[in-house]
Design a protein around this ligand. Structure first.
Ligand SMILES: Cc1ncc(C[n+]2csc(CCOP(=O)(O)OP(=O)(O)O)c2C)c(N)n1
Ligand SMILES: [Mg+2]
Length: 319
């Protein structure tokens, strides 16, 4: 395994930071500090971190409205992320994007996207551009199982294969598209086998195992960088929170949620670090303390940040 102790600790720290960030965001939403809908990635931190850690800082990325975790893992300043959620001027999209439109070209983030499947063609275009420039950058696009029947995704898969674009299609299959179980929406056993029909190699990974996600994504990234074209990855994952704040979850059972919660990477990964990698408990506790302090600072920064000025209401607005 190529991961060293420091990498494993950084993975744990980032997953925990994402979890605590999302919990703080939910709290802000319930308190009315955060307006608009919020789709937390609670439970999906191992795919966020495992996949993004396989990238270089100059690689390109698109993700969905459930994208805070990917963006933080890619290097977005979480203070700017939280300020964006609260609509403040210091936010990564100047307070004009909110939860579903974080953007930061400096870290290769070409944007979250509220339209299901819409990030995929953007990533294929970015990958094609990297290829035509003669660079070895790759692009990754994250989407959910619900995107699997979207024309935009299917056309993007086709063009990526035809052009051998250096792009990774990363599907976070959390079993539901809003309230609809994936089993009601497709006739195949897996989503991965769809990609094979386009001539794209596919892999299925355990999305609750951050190391496996990292290793498999690294293989796909290496192939893309070397000119080997696209890969489709289906990660089996689960959201431990509802689709969005306010979802009362009538479409799934408590037992199902509890089964996944028992494997929650935020709980099981530090146990694994101790048992399998012999990392001392006190190092893990130190990370927990660091993250708590960071979250307090993130919340303070966002709450104390100014609102955008009325005179700037039309700047950075397209039409
Ligand atoms: C093109 C389009 N159709 C419908 C919607 C409404 N919608 C918002 S989220 C969502 C579910 C998508 O599920 P999935 O892709 O599995 O992602 P998850 O929310 O599970 O992460 C739908 C249908 C939308 N945003 N865009
Ligand atoms: Mg889904």
């Amino acid at each position: 395994m190529s991961l060293k102790k420091q990498d494993l600790l950084r993975m744990y720290k980032t997953m925990l930071l994402i979890r605590r960030f999302e919990e703080q965001a939910v709290q802000f939403s319930l308190q009315g500090e955060l307006r608009g809908s919020l789709h937390p990635c609670i439970g999906q931190e191992a795919t966020n971190v495992g996949a993004v850690f396989a990238l270089r800082p100059d690689d390109l990325m698109t993700c969905t409205y459930r994208g805070h975790g990917h963006c933080i893992a890619k290097g977005l300043d979480p203070r700017e992320g939280m300020a964006e959620l609260l609509g403040r001027e210091t936010g990564c999209s100047k307070g004009k994007g909110g939860s579903m439109h974080w953007t930061d070209p400096a870290i290769g983030l070409l944007g979250e996207n509220a339209i299901v499947g819409a990030g995929a063609p953007i990533a294929v275009g970015a990958a094609l551009s990297a290829k035509l420039d003669g660079s070895d950058r790759v692009a990754i696009t994250f989407f959910g199982d619900g995107a699997i029947n979207q024309g935009a995704l299917l056309e993007a898969l086709n063009l990526a294969a035809a052009w051998q674009a250096p792009v990774i299609f990363f599907c976070e299959n959390n079993l539901y598209s809003e309230m609809t179980p994936i089993a009601n929406m497709i006739g195949t056993e897996t989503l991965a086998e769809r990609a094979e029909g386009f001539g794209i190699p596919a892999m299925i990974v355990d999305g609750y195992d951050v190391i496996e996600v990292y290793e498999k994504t690294s293989e796909a990234v290496a192939r893309a960088r070397a000119g080997g074209g696209p890969t489709f990855i289906e990660a089996k994952t689960y959201r431990l929170f509802g689709h969005m704040v306010g979802d009362n979850e009538p479409y799934r059972t408590r037992e199902e949620v509890e089964e996944w919660r028992a494997r929650d990477p935020i709980k099981t990964f530090p146990e694994r670090l101790q048992k399998e990698f012999k990392i001392a408990k006190k190092e893990i506790e130190a990370i927990r303390e660091e993250v708590e302090a960071e979250i307090a600072e993130i919340a303070r920064f966002a709450l104390e940040s100014p609102w955008p000025k009325v005179e700037e209401i039309e700047t950075f607005v397209f039409a």
